[in-house]
Design a protein around this ligand. Structure first.
Ligand code: NAP
Ligand code: 3JN
Length: 341
């Protein structure tokens, strides 16, 4: 293969797929050709890429012939079925779904945190959940210095995390409420406009949601430390773009807020916005469209010896999904790993 791979984007018409195309273009990813794939519903529709119109093709078992790299964002069942088909065709897969994240042979990668995990890939590489990505980008540099023992996180997740239809649902509910019309909920089990839903993905037997357990298990795998205890509450809020997180950590070695700010100022992919007296702190409205993960409100947890509280915000569709995926693809090219062993 030349260093200019043929790239397939599976789920190209969706919220994440469109952002992946935008990111490939913005970062001038060295693709020889880009092939947008989706379901029969949108096959034949056109998508613009680098000033040209690409025709969306229906995903099928022949779609990966001659393709070097496939980035997937079409849901877990599509990834389960088609990622192995792609790998069999000699194509390396970076998958955005939950389907492969916890498989032993599948690296779960955040380039700023564990790029070395890519070296042992066997064809499929998993992109973590958005809420996990933005948290570990901030926690890993602190873990390296103070060893994190325990994390308690509550999330405030934007509706774009549930796809294009959810963005439209919030929009139409707000319009309906201001024009005294009936509110219709199809994506969410309750009205999301002017509301908060402590319910993301399905409830599990332990009374946590699947989204919460993704944060628990993925954090340990990415940080390479099964001793870290994580407790998560994930909440959907009426924000269009940008997930926010209130994060509390307990460390073995004390890290003061001043030290944490100094460590995080040097951390790749992180921007410290922490000057409360000037009303400077991260907010989702301003993180939307940005590549960095923002952290602020860093302060001591006064209830324990070695504890910190902080507020972490990032664009869930960008760093939480599309950008992280394309950063993985860039690393694969850079490390000459774009081949199935
Ligand atoms: P979305 O806006 O609803 O888009 C879904 C995309 O998948 C569309 O392009 C759709 O094509 C395509 N698709 C659906 N079923 C398909 C099938 N059977 N065969 C081929 N294509 C199919 O959703 P999204 O927000 O982009 O999210 C897509 C997926 O990405 C999610 O299900 C999730 O697994 C993953 N995701 C991950 C994160 C993360 O945390 N890293 C965040 C968000 C999403 P049509 O236009 O033809 O319907
Ligand atoms: O809800 C969010 O804010 C993030 C959503 C992620 C998501 C949505 C549908 C299916 C996922 C994911 O990445 O974990 C999945 C999934 O693949 O399970």
């Amino acid at each position: 293969m030349s260093t200019h791979p043929v790239v397939a984007v599976v789920g190209a018409t969706g919220a994440v797929g469109r952002e992946m195309l935008k990111t490939l273009e913005q970062r001038n990813f060295p693709a020889r050709e880009v092939i947008p794939l989706a379901s029969s519903r949108s096959a034949g529709s056109r998508i613009s890429f680098k000033g040209r119109e690409l025709t969306v093709q229906e995903l099928g078992s022949e779609s990966f012939k001659g393709v070097d790299l496939a980035v997937f964002s079409a849901g877990g069942s599509t990834s389960e079925k088609f990622a192995p088909v792609a790998v069999k065709s000699g194509c390396v897969v970076v998958d955005n779904s939950n389907a492969w994240r916890m498989h032993d042979q599948v690296p779960l990668v955040v380039p700023e945190v564990n790029p070395e995990a890519l070296d042992s890939h066997t064809g499929i590489i998993a992109n973590p959940n958005c809420s996990t990505i933005q948290m570990v980008v901030v926690l890993k540099p602190l873990h390296d210095v103070g060893t994190i023992k325990r994390v308690i996180v509550s999330t405030y997740q934007a509706v774009s995390g549930s796809g294009q239809k959810a963005v439209e649902e919030l929009e139409s509910q707000v319009k309906a409420l201001f024009s005294m019309q009936e509110v219709v909920s199809q994506v969410y089990p309750h009205q999301i406009a002017f509301n908060c839903l402590p319910h993301i993905d399905v409830f599990l037997e332990n009374d946590y949601t699947k989204e919460e357990m993704k944060m628990v298990n993925e954090t340990r795998k990415i940080m390479g430390d099964d001793n870290i205890r994580v407790s998560a509450t994930t909440v959907r809020v009426p924000v269009f773009f940008g997930h926010s997180e209130s994060v509390n950590i307990e460390t073995e070695k004390k890290i003061t807020p001043q030290q944490a700010r100094a460590i995080l100022t040097q951390a790749p992919g992180v921007k410290v916005l922490d000057n409360p007296s000037e009303k400077i702190y991260p907010m989702p409205l301003f993180a939307a469209g940005q590549d960095d993960t923002f952290v602020g409100r860093i302060r001591e947890d006064e209830t324990i010896d070695n504890g910190l509280n902080m507020w972490i915000v990032a664009d869930n569709i960008r760093k939480g999904a599309a950008l992280n995926t394309i950063q993985i693809a860039e690393l694969l090219v850079e490390k000459n790993l774009l081949r199935v062993p």
